[in-house]
Write a protein that binds this ligand. Structure first.
Ligand code: B12
Ligand code: SF4
Length: 483
């Protein structure tokens, strides 16, 4: 038995139990290893939590974050806490998981672990998958995972002998030994039904609390499948489906398994809500969705939110989702200019098709949310207002707006850098933030994008006669978004 420390360092989402971490914990425990989690979500790493940003932008109904402890504790020194944690846990290995936003913070902690204790460090997640050359070059990293990690991590942990891995041939891993890096090939995609149920027992109680429509609910983070067949240029799947899993990374949980695990999680963790992180819940064929709907409504029945692609929404499928007690579906418009959307974002559908998807959901009695990005590379002020215009016309129940962030390794992120609109050093230092653009576009400055972002609710809701007044307010600081 080895002692494994998993990490969730630098995450800005309170009330979120990362799915990868929950699954990796379960597979390690099934193999007989012991697991604990170091999570900085409620410590202060110098950036705002998503809830703080959305409150400042007045995006959602206000919730009592503070009353439920869902705030950063400024009295805790995160690094000292980490050292105390390692002294207490004495792990054999640290297995870190990071999105790009979390990566810089995660590295600061991993360096401490390596320098002070010489603990073996393995890292996985989307950043290591997209930029492995950069990650493996870090002195504190002994191994990294490209793509799926369940079997690879178990084999790595099994192979540890003291502070060294005895194997260099583990599929999906890049492993450093004596100055060389062993870059192993990928294994087949995992059959998801073969995985153990997710392990939520490693999380702080606060990670169960998620806001929805002004209430805070005890919520589970769940999935119906893994992957997406599309390749939108700003998304990790543009790379995953081309360079990493060229056949496309997509696997479904069976309807039976989906309902069984949800039932278990509901009972074991006393849940009252699920957030189903599905890239597109309607990718499942209709007869299979019907089976999933029937089993979930019988065995689980908890309300949930999820997402869908505009082209997948049909009356029949929306009806099946409603039967399951789905309360909200997010559908991405992203940009109201259809030509830009197709040519630059790789998303081909008309504004009419988007409108239809929202209408179908609303007619099925499901809250429909539209997702939008502004400040896209080459986008003009006029185009941003096309996005606002489409939302005004289509009238989703809520329009979620955020500033585009140029993630390195994605086609659109790399285009922004190539065209001189984003600086690599600045991207590395920054975090994606709904309210702040980091692009440097000569025709549309970040200040102007941030100003529109600040006022977008007013543009969405109020008569156009008031727009000149809103434009003046774009520039003042009456609720300025601070770093
Ligand atoms: C769920 C999800 C979230 C959830 C996560 C919480 C939760 N409860 O799970 C929430 C809502 C919090 C979230 C937030 C954000 N997300 Co998000 N999210 C996702 C999504 C849809 C699924 C991730 C997931 O769970 N996948 C399933 C798991 C099982 O797969 P996995 O994470 O890849 O993990 C596997 C391997 O990577 C590996 N692995 C992972 N960790 C480790 C560790 C070790 C040691 C090993 C060996 C292996 C390993 O093994 C795992 C199992 O096979 C992805 C899409 C995607 N492509 O993954 C986007 C995605 C990760 N998110 C993205 C973004 C941009 C964000 C936000 C920045 C959005 C925003 N602007 O607010 C925030 C960032 C929050 C933060 N970290 O501070 C981007 C990240 C891009 C990047 N380069 O980082 C993605 C890739 C989508 C995209 N547009 O491209 N997100
Ligand atoms: S549909 Fe969503 S998950 Fe799929 S490639 Fe596009 S942005 Fe990524």
């Amino acid at each position: 038995m080895k002692k494994v420390v998993l990490t969730n360092i630098g995450c800005s989402s309170a009330g979120a139990k990362p799915i990868a971490t929950s699954i990796l914990s379960a597979v390690l425990k099934k193999r007989g290893h012991s697991v604990s989690l170091f999570d900085t979500t409620f410590m202060d790493l110098g950036f705002m939590l998503d809830g703080e940003i959305s409150d400042r932008l007045k995006m959602f109904k206000p919730v009592d974050w503070k009353g439920r402890g869902l705030v950063r504790d400024k009295n805790v020194d995160a690094k000292e806490e980490f050292i105390r944690f390692l002294d207490r846990e004495k792990p054999d290995v640290i297995a870190a998981s990071a999105f790009s936003d979390m990566y810089r913070h995660t590295m600061e902690f991993l360096r401490i672990a390596k320098e002070r204790y010489g603990i073996p460090v393995i890292i996985g997640g989307i950043h290591a998958t997209l930029l492995p050359d950069e990650v493996i070059a870090e002195d504190c990293v002994d191994a990294l995972c490209v793509g799926e990690g369940e079997d690879a991590l178990v084999e790595y942990v099994d192979s540890l002998d003291g502070k060294k891995a005895t194997r260099t041939d583990i599929k999906n891993l890049w492993i450093k030994r004596d100055g060389s890096v062993y870059k192993n090939s990928l294994r087949e995609l995992k059959e998801l039904d073969s995985l153990p149920f997710m392990d939520y027992s490693i999380y702080d109680e606060r990670q169960f609390l998620r806001p929805f429509e002004g209430r805070i609910l005890r919520s589970g983070d769940y999935q119906d499948k893994r992957g997406c067949p599309r390749r939108c240029t700003y998304c990790a799947y543009a790379v995953i489906n081309k360079d990493i899993y060229p056949g496309g990374r997509i696997k479904f949980y069976s309807a039976e398994r989906f309902a069984e695990e949800a039932k278990y999680l509901k009972q074991a963790f006393d849940l009252e809500f699920f957030k189903i992180f599905s890239e597109d819940i309607f990718l499942r064929p209709e007869d299979d969705l019907a089976r999933m709907s029937e089993l979930y409504s019988k065995k689980v029945g908890l309300p949930f939110t999820t997402s869908a692609h505009p082209l997948s929404v049909t009356e029949k499928k929306a009806g099946l989702l409603k039967k399951m007690n789905c309360v909200s579906v997010s559908v991405a418009l992203e940009c109201g200019n259809a030509q830009y959307r197709e040519n630059m974002l790789g998303r081909k559908y008309t504004n009419g098709q988007f409108a239809r998807s929202i209408k179908i959901l609303q007619e099925a009695g499901i809250r429909a949310v539209s997702l939008n990005m502004i400040g896209l590379p080459g986008e003009t002020r006029k185009m941003i207002f096309e996005t606002i215009e489409v939302n005004r016309k289509v009238k989703p129940d809520f329009a979620d707006f955020g500033c585009f962030f140029p993630f390195r390794g994605t086609p659109l992120g790399d285009t922004a850098v190539r065209d001189g609109l984003a600086y690599p050093g600045e991207i590395k230092r920054s975090r994606s933030d709904h309210g702040k653009s980091i692009l440097h576009m000569p025709h549309l400055g970040a200040e102007e994008i941030n100003g529109i972002m600040k006022m977008h609710h007013f543009y969405l809701r109020y008569p156009k006669a008031l727009w000149p007044f809103f434009r003046l307010r774009e520039r003042d600081n009456f609720f300025k978004v601070k770093a």
